[in-house]
Structure formats: C-alpha cells, structure tokens
Write a protein that binds this ligand. Structure first.
Ligand SMILES: [Zn+2]
Length: 281
C-alpha cells in the first residue's frame, strides 16, 4: 500500500502519560501504535511526528522510546527529542551529548508553560546551536496547558520572537496556533520567516454542548491567522492525538475556505519541506 502524502506534525504516544485516561475524552481509545496508524491511514497520512513528553524521566529513555515507536510503526512515527533546561546546564549538556549520537531525529520539542522557563532562557543556547548544526526544527508548546498547574506566561508567542531573531538559521514551530494568543502568534510568524505554526489541539470533546460553535470559531481563527501572515506555507496540520481524533483534526483544515492547493500544503506539503522528507539521503 502506498503511503499517503500527508503528515501529522503533532502526535503523542508514550507510557509516560499516566493520567491520560483522566485527561482524554476518548474513552476506550487504544493508546497503541496500530490504533494510531489506523487513524492516520483513514486520512491518507503517511507519517506523523511523535513528540516526546516532558514527563519522560531521562534523556536515554526519550531516545529509547522514540526508537521503539519508530520501529514498531515501520518508520512512520518520526523521532523527536525533548529537554527541560530547568534541570540545569549540566543535564542539558549530557542530553545534547546523547542526541549527538542519535540518528534520524526530525525535531526538538520544548514545553515552556508546563515547565517554568522562557524560550529565550540562556540555558537553551546549546540546544538552539544543536538545532542549527543538525538542521532540525524546534517545536515549542504554546498557550493553554492541559495541566492547570502550568504557568502560561512562559508559553506566549511573543516570548519566542527574541530567539527567532537571534537564531535566524533555526526554524521554530509554535504549536496550537498560540491559543489563546492567536493574533500575537500571527504577528510573530508574519514577522519572522523562520517561524511556523501548527493547527493541533484546537478542539475539545465533540460531545460538549457548543462543539459546533467551537469548530467554526477554530476555523475562523485559523483563516484569520493565515490572512494576517499572508501565506499558508508556514502553517502545518497537526492533531495532538490522542487528545483529538485525526479525523476531526483533518476535517478542520479541509473545511477552510482556501484554495485546494493551500489546504493540501497545510496537510502535508509544508511539513515535507520543513522536515526535508523528500531530500535525498
Ligand atoms: Zn501536544
């Protein structure tokens, strides 16, 4: 079977999400590779970027789990890493030494908001230098945190502007359209040609009373952000599976009032370019 051209830039699958049953509305959903691949296949999505969680206990385990999922999925769940700078400069350096030996990493994920640091924290400088050397994008959690104990002041798009300017050769992906700071996000993406955004996690449980309105609002916000940026090339489809179903997340993008070509770019073409999936070698 030929793999679909589309790419989901934002999924999670990890044993280090112990309260998933409590957080997810999708009762009975199997949190497994085959279950995720089935949902991807149904939407013609060939690959998904599997974002490691900040709750994973060690950098060794981050790499091991990523490798396991990559192998189990036949290479369709792409490998990423994460680092928490609040663990200190030495821990960051140890993590980077491990990454230096890792193959086929497609992205680095950071979790400001869930952890107390700004993207312009000086302890992250070697991480951005690594991203530059290895040409991997840095994906940054933005806006609302699932955990009510998160500190959202660390997760505002405006806080990324500083590093976007300082590291022009590093590409940044600001997740969740910066929700709720969508206008702020649009400005940071518009201004900085090395900044992208993803459409993940914008919807809640379809059973909530105002889901239809919520869905329409998410589409309007997405359309407004693209209008403000003036370009659909730096907008990437993502679901945040298992928190959102792949089908619902794809439907959100497919229903946008944009040229068909741009919708498909968002659903995969942009990510293929960003991750250089079509590049030889
Ligand atoms: Zn996520």
């Amino acid at each position: 079977m030929a793999l679909g051209k589309r790419i989901d830039i934002h999924v999670h699958l990890s044993q280090y999400w112990p309260d998933l049953e409590r957080n997810s509305y999708r009762r009975g959903l199997q949190f497994t590779v085959p279950s995720l691949l089935r949902e991807l296949d149904a939407q013609s999505i060939g690959f998904a970027v599997l974002l490691q969680l900040y709750s994973n206990p060690t950098p060794e385990e981050v790499l091991r789990e990523g490798e396991e999922m990559f192998t189990k999925s036949g290479g369709r769940l792409l490998k990423t890493v994460t680092v928490d700078p609040t663990r200190g400069a030495e821990a960051v350096q140890h993590t980077l030494d491990l990454w230096a030996k890792a193959r086929d990493l497609v992205a680095i994920k950071l979790y400001p908001g869930y952890r107390e640091f700004y993207p312009h924290d000086s302890r992250l400088e070697p991480v951005y230098e690594f991203a530059h050397r290895r040409r991997v994008p840095v994906m940054i959690h933005q806006g609302d945190t699932l955990d009510p104990d998160g500190r959202v002041k660390y997760a505002r798009p405006l806080e990324v502007d500083e590093v976007a300017v300082r590291y022009r050769d590093v590409r940044f992906v600001l997740c969740h359209l910066g929700n709720p700071w969508v206008e702020e996000l649009a400005e940071v993406v518009y201004k900085n040609s090395n900044v992208y955004t993803d459409t993940s996690g914008l919807l809640a449980n379809p059973a909530v009373p105002y889901f239809r309105e919520m869905f329409g609002r998410a589409q309007r916000r997405l359309t407004n952000a693209i209008a403000a940026i003036g370009d659909a090339r730096r907008v990437l489809y993502g679901s945040d599976w298992p928190l959102e179903s792949i089908e619902t997340a794809v439907t959100l993008v497919q229903g946008l009032d944009l040229p068909e070509e741009d919708r498909e770019r968002i659903l995969g073409g942009n990510a293929r370019e960003l991750l250089r999936l079509d590049a030889p070698g």
